[in-house]
Design a protein around this ligand. Sequence first.
Ligand SMILES: Nc1ncnc2c1ncn2[C@@H]1O[C@H](COP(=O)(O)OP(=O)(O)OP(=O)(O)O)[C@@H](O)[C@H]1O
Length: 626
Amino acid sequence: MNRPPDHVAETDERAIDQTLTQWVLRRSGSALLAAATRAASNAEGHGHSCAWLDDPQADAHFDTDALQALRQHAWVGDGSHFTPFVLDAQDRFYLWRNWQHESKLAAAILQRSAQRTLPIPAATLAEDLDALFAGMPHGPTDWQRAAAAAVPGARFFVLTGGPGTGKTTTVVRMLLMLLQHAQACGLPAQPSIALAAPTGKAAQRLVQAIAKGKAELQVALGEDRQPAGNARSANPLRPNLSNLLQQIPHADARTLHRLLGYRPMDNSFSRGPRNPLAEDIVVVDEASMVDLAMMRQLLEALRPDAVLILLGDPGQLASVDAGSVLADIVASAPSNPLPPSLAGLLAPLLQHAPPITTANAALAGQVLTLTHTWRAGSGLQRGIEALRDTPDPAWLDTLLRERADGDLHLRHCPNPHALRACVDGWIERHADLLQSLLTPATDAGEALQRLRQLQILCALRDGPFGAQGLNDLIARRLAIRFGIDGSRAWYHGRPVIITRNDYARGLFNGDVGIALEGAEGLRVWFELSDRDGNAGLRSYSPRALPAHESAWAITIHRSQGSEYHDVAVLLPPDPDNRVLTRELVYTAISRARTHAEIWTTDDSLRAALARPIRRQGGLRERLRSP
Ligand SMILES: Nc1ncnc2c1ncn2[C@@H]1O[C@H](COP(=O)(O)OP(=O)(O)OP(=O)(O)O)[C@@H](O)[C@H]1O
């Protein structure tokens, strides 16, 4: 029987899904192919790179006969040559472009991973690590040391871990290792380094973190240069490492779009295989936000001898567009066990002998996860760690009963009435800070800094429980509490977030500014980096802004790559809302440094934490079985 399935879900369908389906039906005359097209296009809209047609739980389930008929259609191929659609051996059905992105990306990663060598002898590594981790305890730093020692000789390296596990601290040391042993690693004597991130905000945070990491290491290396009567402890490498540290850039991190020379006019990139990036080492932070197409572009824009280091937290939300690249890469490699040769090299350098994998895993030893958290005293840490994987049911029961775990708090929010009470409570708890923002004569730099202390994050964009509805509610409640004129769109202290890139004005999606009354009337102030990475303040007339929204509350998706002291997270009260996932809650809570609260119902929280994101695609298998 090769009838098309008659229960393809019609919900959440985009106009493009319908147009493409109709077009395929008209041109091919095959209702079966049209149904598969609809499934693949709809799947892409939900972030999947393909539709798994054989999935009994999928909206569109194709039986064996239907799959057989589909496989024989002239428009469907196995990926070895161009066909509009690809049906692979596991019954994953791809639009050609997504097939290309996935298979080319997998091939590029595997090719880079296969080039790995171990060029530095153990004794030299031991000396290096002594200098780079001087004064730091063994044990908790084992995986940081392992990463620094394992990166020389790799062309592709992924360092992951939750917030505060020391990814930036470690990457500075990894870069120093590459600089120190550049030629042995097949790099030029003075390799050039590019820092990049998927969004401007994340790029800004990366440069700040690298600058801080460099300064801390500089002090540590400098201390031993004058060992104050204890010359025996001096490590002769330190002056050299200290000099090399200057070669690590800390002022200029670019967005991936800028790094790759994005051309908005024709939605293409100037950097690619024919015009590769000049840099020898490329570091990309917040890699969980990078989608399949962009990651392929990046891999193909690297010279074969360049080194790519990806940093990120695969527990966070996947990219907005199709793919869950970082999570797939991490899932394709055994979690921290090393291949025997690397394990043997590193064992004498670590307190605990590293676990060994004998599986023929292509990426083993090139994907490392940091597990020790360094944010001492953070009352949020237990909650963040609990939420990163499927939480222990006992932990969740206790949280729901006690309504708090350290600095993570729950507030019951089943309806708009309760939401208003949550907002009023939030305003009271932060009244001093809000008052200072809403009072004229605030310094722009200071106001922007204060604004970053607080952020409300919403799972939804629209409706009373979405960011837009909440912004309106907050403006009304602030008007009552602080006497501002809530009927006007613009008022002193209104925070706004840009929602569309404006290359001409230098304002980008996600930039947050604040409206302040001054001598020139009301202007909206932003902290922006120039092309050299120098941060400065710039103001715009409200009329000159590209598309924007109020930013008391923003969506969790928009908050990725940012960090705030205090975060309140609003989840919809309906547990069946499909937006609720564990990654969403984890991403929101891990934006907070000191305090977080969740406004929702117990059922919604339980539902979210029981629902991990599962994106359909074949990347992790392709990486596992080259
Ligand atoms: N080995 C270490 N010894 C002492 N402190 C450390 C060590 N590693 C990291 N830290 C400290 O822990 C804090 C977090 O480190 P870092 O910023 O490198 O983590 P991260 O994983 O990049 O965090 P995030 O993802 O939240 O940006 C910093 O203050 C850093 O100085």
